[in-house]
Design a protein around this ligand. Sequence first.
Ligand code: ADP
Ligand code: GLC
Length: 483
Amino acid sequence: MQVVFLTSEMAPWCKTGGLGDFSGALPDALAAAGCEIHAFVPLYRAVGPEARRFLRTACTVEVPIGGQVHTARILKMERGYWRSRTWFVDCPYYYDREGIYDPPGGRNPDNDERYILLVRAVLQSLETLRLAPDILHLNDWQTAIGAAYHRVSPLGMTPALARARTVLSIHNLGYPGVFGWESLLRAHLPLELNHPERGEFHGGVSLLKLGIVHAGAVVAVSPTYAREIQTPAHGMGLDGLLRSVSHKLTGILNGIDDVEWNPAADEHLPAPFHADDLRGKAACREALLRRFGLSPGARGPLFGMVSRLVPQKGIDLVLGALDEIIRVDGQLAVLGSGARAYAQAFEAAARAWPGRIGVHIGFSEELSHLVEAGADVFLMPSLYEPCGLNQFYSMRYGTFPIVRNTGGLADSVRQFNESSGEGTGVLFDHYDSAAIRWAIHRAAHIHGNPELRARIIRNGMALDSSWAPRAREYLNLYQRLIG
Ligand code: ADP
Ligand code: GLC
């Protein structure tokens, strides 16, 4: 089974969120399950020398974008221990820029072209690279257009793609990739696709919608999210379409890279720990307090949060309930980047409650591991959450999560039950202040009782969230598609 996998980010080389984690881990798990997998990602400026020195040019390709022609190089990663094969698409005109999607504080006006180039460069090179995939696996709006190329353009009729089936993973419907209809011209796709039953969306063209319409299978990143996006409340205007393609829509829960996220061997931590010996976790907690300027001695839980600062993540709820954290004699360490207003609100809170609320604005792989490991309770009260990965990491690191009962959070965290001692976290239903305040109290109560605390931590740390079984679900889907 040969799989060509297209993605706009991939840990550890270039990552802004969970898609990067997903793309860094699933290909390896598929390779371990016996797939021949080739994963392609842009060679952004952010891709560091530790990756670049293992790259060698495999071919160059001329890619038409509108009336221009751009030369792209396809580079292959040679790395002994890297089972899956990673390829980079190099086109300095589009990718030698600061940031991944947008520069800090700014906006790339040509993101449609940047990702049309990625998809076209790969599809046009398949023959030269002697690839003829059974499966073309696409991710989110950035690469979804591959399904349209496959179905309605001459590119899809080449021998290299003759037997391919397409799979589109939806990681977040909140980013539909809407551009003006001229994007179709730039992509050299038929203008008839600018139609309500094809790609037309809110007066423009949605590249994600084009993918949903044309893909052979559509996978949401959790079973609950697959159901939710077929309802008006979560469908973001695409629920009608998603209901109409329900025969080809499934949900597969994400796994985690359990080598990268392993508290017993995590190079980002001051001390390792595991379920039977949590002394290292206490050292991580102290380090976390220090790094975030928090004072020792508070009796309540140390809450942690690692998040893109966007409305999706329930930031408003957290900001509105900070006094409740103080009331339970708790503390809060926030690592986040995103909307300026949210960053400023957290910084103001840190000034108002010095030693109790600590904030680090920015993107830091190292600190993200420290927060997961050092906190007592992880806060993830998302408005919606396609899957979410941080709740898995926190459970594995003995930091029990507070989550809202939605999407992948509902599929991965079980409500802790005091009498049976089962469950791994605290879930709440309603997106409102009373509900998150209740959850904060409940978490403080569990944390304050040594037996309950030991039990919930143990339950979470015992969960197996590795990719292996979920990769097999993808494999089964691939097999069903190719018959
Ligand atoms: P999403 O993809 O919606 O942002 P996920 O929970 O799936 O949410 O994945 C988020 C990933 O990004 C996790 O690996 C998390 O640790 C990481 N992350 C988010 N914000 C930061 C940050 N400020 N610094 C470092 N890592 C971050
Ligand atoms: C998106 C979603 C997140 C998911 C990630 C990986 O960024 O917001 O919930 O975990 O993709 O699938």
